[in-house]
Structures are given as structure tokens and as C-alpha cells.
Write a protein of this length. Sequence first.
Length: 149
Amino acid sequence: MQGRNHLVVNAALAVATESLFHPAGPVFHWMDACSFFTHAGALPTVGTVLGYKCIYYSCTLLTARLPDIDQRIRIFGKHRGFSHSLMGLLFFALILLGGGLLFADFLRRRGILVSQEIQMLGLLGILSLTLGCLFHIIGDSVTFMNDGV
Ligand SMILES: [Zn+2]
């Protein structure tokens, strides 16, 4: 599967996953957008919901081609090897989670307190980046390797 096709497949799977499981929070209705203009108190709520959606979709698209890094960097063996496996996906998620925990500890040691909402945004980012890689693997699993990437 070519790079642009991965973006399309990731976007479609991200919309389907969001519609079914709502990983980026509650459903955002257009009436919520209207309340943005009619009720000044709704601004933080609408902004939070939109922020979650933006992080979810941008992260799933950001990693749409990441597993194909094995074509540029040959440390993972052959193409569609470790970086396209569930073990590689778990490895990637653990690296992200460990990096996030180290960064949170770094901030805490310097007296910088991070709100629980920001922590949840970080976890959503990690989940979305991992889901983006999973969507790539799903997209590759329905194509043959001889069609390019
Ligand atoms: Zn691939």
C-alpha cells in the first residue's frame, strides 16, 4: 500500500473507531458547536471536546506511515517484519508510555504540576499514535507486498 493510501485508510479507520468506541471522548454534535456561540459558559467544554478530537485524529494520521520506517532503517529486519507485528506495536506503545512517564516525572521533580486533564490528553495521544500504527498494519494486511510499500 502506498503512503497516501495509508493516510486514507487511517482516516477511515479512525472515524470508524471513534464512531464505535469514542476513544476521544463524547460525541460532538453540531448543536454543541452552536452552543459555542450562544452560551459563553460552554466555551471550555466545547474547546475540550474539540481538543480531544483534534489530538485523536492528528495522532492517528501522524503515524499512518511510521511502521514503514523499516524500509529506511534496517534495524527491524525485513520489510513488514517486526514493525508490522503486534509485538512491535506493543513495543512502540510501551516506549511511548515509558517516555510519557519519564517526562511526567521530569516535570514533577521540577515542581511543575500537570493537571489531570493534560495527563489524559497525553494518554489519548499515546493511544492515538498506537492506534495509527495498528490501522497501518490493518491496511497492509489487506494488500500484497508487491504493490509498492
Ligand atoms: Zn507498511
